[in-house]
Ligand binder design. Structure first.
Ligand SMILES: Cc1ncc(COP(=O)(O)O)c(C=O)c1O
Length: 348
């Protein structure tokens, strides 16, 4: 039976056309700047985001880390949402490798609270870590896959600028945000000093992220990429997949959003508490209270019926739609989840 894998949009496998592009890619040694496919990908990403230059890195985590290392020196602070991916899920790389102090702000509504950003904007004083950078995330994963509107986003970036702070966007899914609001991705990317975007999430490539910024920043970031071991050689093989993704898989994100909307409606109609995420993207979060062992039981029962998804905290589950999940499979998944929630409720 085909598995309906809703764990993440990172589980996609490259399709035939993408694989063909990889097979046919012209390659060279990228550490020497001689891989034509990587160079084309970097130019394309820079142009799409309205930036001067771009740098291909292996993952979103490396994209964020290298950006933060480039912006901040050891002993400087980066303001991070308490639910942000950089703070929550990236193994503390900024502190472990860069000596950068996370300055935490509540981001329950998707953006770091502006009051708390102001709180960290302290006068120059020997006691205080300088708040050098404000990090934003869009779409915001842990806050329900919420897409931040261009207007709210611009205001936050502007406020940081007025305070003399730099800005970085963790744009792992920034194209989902742009599609959700029907705007060009530049509405977000040109508001910040640097952005990292992932090719291996909704865009369906097997690996890779891009950091986009001005030329000086990218030259310095290239240095940091080398330092953390991210200088790759014939990387055109994987860059070709990324290029294919940027050329073919952005507009279709709308399908994933519609599928997530359908999933959300079907679960809510079946009596499940579904979190509303404002402008919907490709994530659905729902809550069920099943008592001791109930969460794992639900996951196991659904997996036995070929529907896979993740628990993000006790009683809270996440489903993510992507290029390898069809509308029919979404209907099927909703049916299985509703039946198994019912079964768990009666047995716990
Ligand atoms: C918002 C966000 N940023 C960064 C990352 C890290 O990407 P990677 O898994 O490629 O390191 C993820 C991964 O899911 C993410 O959701």
């Amino acid at each position: 039976m085909t598995i309906i894998d809703l764990k993440s949009d990172t589980v996609t496998r490259p399709g035939e056309e993408m694989r063909k592009a990889m097979y046919q890619a012209e390659v060279g040694d990228d550490v020497y700047g001689e891989d034509p496919t990587v160079n084309t990908l970097e130019r394309k990403a820079a142009e799409m985001t309205g930036k001067e230059d771009a740098l291909f890195v292996v993952s979103g985590t490396m994209g964020n880390l290298v950006s933060l290392l480039t912006h901040c020196r050891a002993g400087e602070g980066a303001i991070l949402g308490s639910k942000s991916h950089i703070y929550f899920y990236e193994a503390g790389g900024l502190s472990a490798l860069g000596g950068i102090l996370p300055l935490i702000a509540d981001d329950s509504d998707g953006l770091p609270s502006m009051d708390q950003v102001s709180h960290w904007d302290r006068p120059s004083n020997v006691h205080f870590v300088p708040a050098r950078l404000l990090c934003l995330e869009n779409t915001h994963n842990k806050c329900g896959g919420i897409a931040i509107s261009p207007d709210r986003f611009a205001k936050a970036a502007e406020m940081a600028r007025e305070k003399g702070m730099l800005t970085h966007l963790d744009g792992a899914r920034v194209f989902n945000a742009a599609i959700a609001f029907g705007v060009d991705v530049r509405e977000y990317t040109t508001r910040v000093d640097s952005v990292q975007l992932c090719l291996s999430k909704g865009l369906g490539a097997p690996v890779g992220s891009l950091i986009c910024s001005d030329s000086d920043f990218i030259s310095r970031a290239r240095y940091w990429r080398k330092r953390v071991g991210g200088g790759m050689r014939q990387a055109g093989i994987i860059a070709a997949a990324g290029l294919y993704a940027l050329e073919n898989n952005i507009e279709r994100l709308e399908e994933d959003h519609q599928n997530a909307g359908l999933l959300s409606t079907l679960l809510a109609e079946g009596g499940i508490e579904v979190e509303s995420n404002g402008t919907g993207t490709n994530m659905v979060f729902f809550r069920v209270h099943l008592g001791d062992g109930g969460d794992d039981d639900l996951l196991e029962r659904c997996a036995e019926r070929s529907v896979q998804f993740n628990k993000v905290e006790p009683g809270r589950f996440r489903l993510v739609t992507h290029i390898d999940v069809t509308r029919d499979q979404v209907r099927q998944a909703a049916e299985v989840i509703l039946e198994e929630v019912e079964a768990c409720r009666s047995s716990h």
